[in-house]
Write a protein that binds this ligand. Structure first.
Ligand code: HEC
Length: 459
């Protein structure tokens, strides 16, 4: 079974707010119609075509399909039958479909969790020899655009030159600048990153570099490079630091970005996309050529999506600490509609929380001796390093200017953490997975005329 790897999302190391992408788990459709033809069953046992396939289409095939991230497809009866018992177990113990938000805290539109009734149906099907049933009962197959989860992209931008990956050792963050050649600004309603070598891609962040940005201006275009290879020392140091907006982030387990028709990400005319790739060696030398697929809005939307972040990069996790707390806070300079969250940590990540801080007194944030602030938890994630997921609010939240947001992370640097590469180490912020990160990405919708820089100007 292919193990998923941790993703490392770096890039914007702001101590308060910055930016990044938002993904959804909902998309999807598939090609292979069910083709089995067992005798119709007349008992009350659930059948594959009538009862099981609709659940698989809605909750599983996004990953369990040809070209999906799961090691096996559940598109046909033949593919699924032998996994009946495994499906019963994985759904009963809730390891599948993957979802890590604490139940009862917040409601998320991309929550793929099964209802108790659906879990019981899968269990009853597995216990009655997994009957096929009548293929005429099958739901319409979900249709997928090749390897894309989004519908057929309007435009695919691919790294012009492949990146050579060694068989072993740490690989420094690798950048490739891809010109869009857009002669006018484009609104992106859906975007998806498609690595050629999924097994090697820990994460990819695709930044939008507008023409006036000086970020990596002297770096080569259309060829892979690392910060180390840059000759200008100032530029080398600045590679990881940018205020450019992020188009989207890819990590194992994450999915495409799909916004409602009223909102989109914006790519100004003449922008380049900057791919920041964190690859990991997996024992075999190979090459990757990652693409990004874009679907443009039919008309300019009233709202623009910005990706911001709450980050703390100043922590030191003591050796052996089982539950080390790190927090970051920020105050929204302007009103915004909160859409989704994407927490990011590495191997020692344990829990991650997003909170609103309501100050009791009208005096606001100042600690003026009044009542303690009330904390409203919006999301609590029991973090699993194999999975980097976004959590999209079922009901977007209107946040007034001055709203205080808090992200809290807990790390397990003890021996009891089976993923811990070194419980003896004091752990700090860093690129590689044996270092740590604490980033609470979140997406907001703002007025379409607002960009990231103007959003941070307080009025
Ligand atoms: C977001 C992607 C995703 C979704 C959605 C998903 N799976 Fe999986 N599934 C995987 C991956 C990847 C694996 C491989 C094991 C791993 O890395 O955890 C897997 C493994 C499995 C396994 C093997 C046993 C195990 O627990 O590892 C079963 C059974 C399974 N999935 C069933 C399902 C069912 C049933 C659904 C829907 C109700 C589902 N999965 C939804 C990605 C997914």
């Amino acid at each position: 079974m292919r193990a998923l790897k941790i993703a490392v999302v770096a890039g914007l190391l702001c101590t308060t707010f910055c930016a990044l992408g938002w993904r959804t788990l909902n998309a999807a459709q598939t090609a292979n119609a069910a083709t089995a033809h067992a005798a119709p069953v007349t008992t009350d046992a659930p059948t594959f075509y009538r009862d099981v396939l609709p659940i698989l289409e809605a909750h599983c095939q996004e990953c369990h399909r040809a070209g999906g991230i799961a090691p096996m497809a559940f598109e046909t009866y033949e593919q699924t039958r032998d996994f009946a018992a495994a499906i019963r177990i994985a759904t009963a113990n809730k390891t599948m479909p993957p979802w890590f938000a604490e139940p009862g805290v917040g409601k998320f539109s991309n929550d793929p969790s099964l209802s108790a009734g659906q879990i019981a149906t899968l269990a009853a099907w597995a216990s009655s020899q997994a009957p096929a049933g009548d293929s005429r009962d099958a739901p319409a197959p979900r249709v997928w655009a090749d390897k894309w989860t989004i519908p057929e992209p309007d435009l695919v931008l691919k790294m012009p030159q492949p990146v050579r990956l060694p068989a072993n050792g740490d690989i420094d963050y690798t950048y490739e600048i891809v010109p869009t050649h857009f002669t006018e600004g484009r609104w992106v309603q859906m975007a998806e990153v498609l690595p050629a070598r999924r097994a090697n891609v820990h994460h990819a962040v695709v930044y939008v570099r507008p023409p006036e940005s000086q970020w990596l201006r002297h770096a080569p275009v259309g060829v892979p490079f690392t910060a180390e290879s840059l000759t200008d020392p100032a530029e080398r140091a600045a590679a990881m630091w940018t205020d450019s907006d992020i188009l989207l982030v890819y990590a194992p387990g994450s999915s495409a970005d799909m916004w409602p028709a009223t909102m989109a990400k914006y790519i100004p005319a003449g922008s380049d996309l900057v791919f920041q790739m964190h690859y990991t060696a997996n024992g075999t030398a190979s090459e990757d050529e990652t693409s990004v697929g874009l679907r443009f809005s039919k008309q300019p939307p009233p709202q623009r999506v910005l990706t911001l972040q709450l980050t703390n990069d100043h922590f030191v996790i003591p050796p052996g600490a089982p539950n080390y707390r790190v927090e970051a806070r920020g105050t929204l300079p302007n009103e915004a509609t909160l859409l989704s969250f994407f927490p990011h940590m590495h191997l020692r990540g344990k829990e991650f929380e997003y909170n609103l801080i309501h100050h009791a007194s009208a005096g606001g944030a100042a600690g003026n001796g009044g009542e303690p602030p009330r904390i409203e938890t919006l999301l609590r994630v029991h973090y699993h390093f194999h999975w980097q997921m976004s959590y999209r609010l079922a009901t977007p939240m209107r946040l007034p200017a001055g709203t205080e947001l808090q992200a809290v992370a807990w790390f397990d640097n003890s021996r009891d953490n089976p993923h811990n590469p070194d419980p003896e180490a004091a752990v700090r912020w860093g690129e590689q997975t044996y270092d740590e990160m604490m980033v609470g990405f979140f997406d907001v919708a703002v007025d379409a005329r607002t960009d990231k820089q103007s959003f941070f100007v307080r009025h």
